[in-house]
Design a protein around this ligand. Structure first.
Ligand SMILES: [Zn+2]
Ligand SMILES: [Zn+2]
Length: 253
């Protein structure tokens, strides 16, 4: 049995839980410890199983609570060396481990975290596929363009937290300043609804069962648009939108 759950998703904070009967990992710690505790409880997630936190990149919505969350859990936090150096000193956890962006890290006999480098406007951004009890769960957010490696890692997933950040028209005609629009839309920005659907159409594994649309913009997207885009996949997959300010559904498979 594996279980996975979004505890926060979007520009206000990101934190994703992936575990089995005995062990679990978190990807990112972008919420306060208080919220983290509340949300693990509302989702029915067992914090005592968490063995490590992996940080994808230094943006505030991914690291803001990581030091305090790790301290309360008593677990190490994994960074690339470059990402760690970008984190403000007062936000750095005390128990730190380093990973290389391309080398898998074994956390327990049943959990291996597979990082891969991605396109995003951070110093050394990585995403992860968590290999756990015979399953592969991807956390694929904050990506400007899904390059070949990203496509290949995505194609391993049988469950995925997949970024659907923005609708290009809403972004273009929305209220963001031009420099932000350019950034989001660039190769080092975020995945649009269309880019995510393209990944699904072209690179989804026959084993894929769960899609959790993640890091959805509050300004440049809407739940209705995301659901419309995913509608053709309704029959094939279990689909959920990761909430910004609450834990999402805890899935088990
Ligand atoms: Zn982010
Ligand atoms: Zn980011």
């Amino acid at each position: 049995m594996i279980e996975f759950c979004s505890l926060a998703s979007g520009s206000n904070g990101n934190c994703y839980y992936i575990g089995n009967e005995t062990d679990a990992v978190l990807v990112d710690g972008g919420i306060s410890n208080r919220r983290f505790v509340e949300r693990t409880e509302s989702a029915g997630v067992d914090r005592s199983k968490i063995r490590a936190i992996f940080v994808s990149h230094e943006h505030f919505d991914h690291i803001q609570g990581v030091k305090v969350i790790a301290k309360h859990l008593g677990v190490p936090v994994y960074f690339t060396y470059a990402t760690y150096n970008e984190i403000p000193k007062r936000r750095r956890p005390s128990d730190v481990r380093f990973f290389d962006g391309n080398i898998a890290v074994e956390i327990s006999p049943s959990i291996t975290v597979r990082p891969f480098k991605k396109h995003h406007d951070a110093i050394d951004p990585c995403s992860f596929v968590i290999s756990i009890s015979g399953h592969n769960v991807g956390v694929i957010t904050d990506i400007g363009v899904a390059d070949q490696e990203c496509q290949q890692m995505f194609s391993l997933c049988d469950a995925v937290f997949l970024e659907m950040n923005y609708d290009p028209m809403m972004l273009q005609y929305g209220s963001y300043p031009q420099y932000l629009k350019t950034r989001i839309d660039s190769e080092n920005g975020h995945l649009s609804n269309y880019q995510a659907v393209e990944l699904l159409n072209e690179h989804a594994s026959p084993q894929l069962t769960h899609i959790i649309a993640s890091h959805i913009s509050a300004e440049n997207n809407s739940q209705t648009m995301v659901l419309d885009m995913l509608h053709p996949f309704d029959e094939r997959y279990t689909i959920e939108l990761a909430p910004r300010f609450a834990a999402g559904r805890r899935f088990a498979k």
